[in-house]
Write a protein that binds this ligand. Structure first.
Ligand code: CAP
Ligand code: MG
Length: 426
């Protein structure tokens, strides 16, 4: 192993990738040795002094450990972009989020953030629609979008699924999505569900005069089948697909983005399984890194947490994720392990708040997220005392109240669906 990856005088070049890690060396391993080995193992080196690594090659490709803070257990490493394959998320992760997690020299390692140089960003499409394009699809610019997830998660027939979707659309939902584990089961086949639920979408759109979008889950065992399902949605006149980004993997997402660019479909990114790698503050990969990769590849909207709902994710983390989704330029925030990032041509993603939400939480959600959020209510709509349609209506009423500066209690005096929601959940 080369001994000189540490160079505290080095300043990252404009075309360097910069990575920040939380690092906990193993017993008896110095912080410097751990950082040095990490830099080597994630780039050009290995555990022994290999004769095949020439000084010239090392000079051209070796990364630089330019920031170490042992007290905060933080290290930043700058990598020349020549180490990476342009446009390939899998290869980037194999390098800077690969073997280093397995090293015995480290007790724990958490990949906190990555900053991509402008040249690297140019190798990616970014979102096809993005937040502004999705708003154009709906013709809605002055309020959060309301969505639901058809519940139960799985078990309904395709016909029943479409009926639940129709009821939610008719009540005021802009978006209706499949749940993360509903794909193509014997009781609810993908093709039949897509056909019937898109018909329900069109019926509700005609009756309400509002744009409605069904987000069908096209998660599938192969890229080919996933793309085929996207083509089915397109052929049926759909505008959206939903994908479970962690189970399908990064190559699948890049393949899907290529396909939907041709098909003109928006992509909803569900992040189930993310907590297996994001939740532990000592070890894993942050949701911020996942959100950056998702925006770079080009999905249009991403679940980022709710602060007030049933899933983990505190205010600081969720708002840092929100900023990463919507801003063109991210400023560094040392306390939150956020690196500076200029997004260039990459469009903003629509942040999605979902998980354990119900209509009476909407004033808090508006205070946290403002207008630019998609707020999704599964149990919070389908458990409404008067049913799904009323649950969706209660959400829209709560939005109107919150944006109009009226308390829910006051607004509920003249809006029975909201009144029923308050009676159940306040
Ligand atoms: C929400 C949900 C979503 C979660 C995912 C669920 O349903 O459909 O998958 O929002 O969590 O299955 O829990 P409820 P996150 O509204 O009934 O809770 O958004 O944090 O990825
Ligand atoms: Mg779900």
């Amino acid at each position: 192993m080369l001994k000189d990856y540490i160079d505290l005088e080095y300043r990252p070049k404009d075309d360097d990738f910069v990575c920040e890690y939380h690092i906990e060396p193993a017993e008896g391993v110095s912080f410097e040795a751990a950082c040095n080995h990490m830099a080597g193992e994630s780039s050009i080196d290995t555990w022994s002094d290999i004769s095949t690594l020439s000084p010239e090659m090392a000079g051209e490709l070796k990364p630089h450990v330019y920031y170490m803070n042992e007290e905060q257990q933080t290290v930043r490493i700058a990598y020349t972009q020549d180490l990476f394959e342009t446009g390939s998320v899998p290869q980037i992760l194999s390098a800077i989020a690969g073997n280093i997690f397995s090293m015995k020299l480290l007790d724990s390692l958490r990949f906190e953030d990555i900053s991509f140089p402008r040249d690297a960003i140019s190798g990616f499409r970014g979102p096809n629609f993005g937040m502004h394009g999705v708003r154009e699809l709906f013709g809605v610019n002055d309020r959060p979008l309301i969505g639901t997830i058809v519940k139960p998660k799985v078990g309904l027939t395709s016909q029943q699924h479409a009926e639940v979707a129709y009821n939610a659309f008719a009540g005021g939902c802009d978006l209706v999505k499949d749940d993360e584990n509903l794909t193509d089961q014997k009781f609810n086949r993908f093709e039949k569900r897509a056909l019937l639920t898109l018909k329900a979408q069109d019926r509700a759109e005609a009756e309400t005069g509002e744009k409605k979008m069904y987000m069908c889950n096209i998660t599938a065992p192969t890229c080919e089948e996933m793309v085929r399902r996207a083509e089915v949605i397109s052929d049926l006149g759909g505008k959206y697909v939903m994908i479970d980004i962690i189970p399908v993997g990064w190559t699948a997402l890049q393949s899907l983005r290529e396909a939907t660019g041709e098909l003109g479909l928006a992509i909803h990114a569900h992040r189930c399984m993310h907590s297996a790698i994001t939740r532990n503050p000592h070890h894993g990969v942050s949701m911020l890194v996942i959100a950056k990769l998702t925006r770079l590849i080009g999905l249009d909207q991403l679940h980022i947490g709710t602060v007030v709902g049933k899933m983990h994710g505190g205010r600081d983390e969720v708002l840092a994720l929100r900023d990463n989704c919507v801003l063109e330029h991210i400023h560094a925030n040392e306390a939150l392990h956020v690196l500076e990032q200029d997004w260039g041509h990459i469009k903003p993603m629509f942040p999605v708040a979902s998980g354990g939400l119900e209509p009476t939480m909407i004033p808090d959600l508006v205070r946290i997220f403002g207008n630019d959020a998609i707020m999704q209510f599964g149990g919070g709509i389908h458990a409404h005392p008067i049913g799904t349609t009323a649950g969706a209506t209660a959400c829209r009423q709560a939005i109107d109240a919150a944006l109009g500066g009226v308390t829910l209690e006051e607004y509920a005096k003249t809006h029975s669906e909201l009144e029923a929601a308050l009676s159940k959940w306040r």
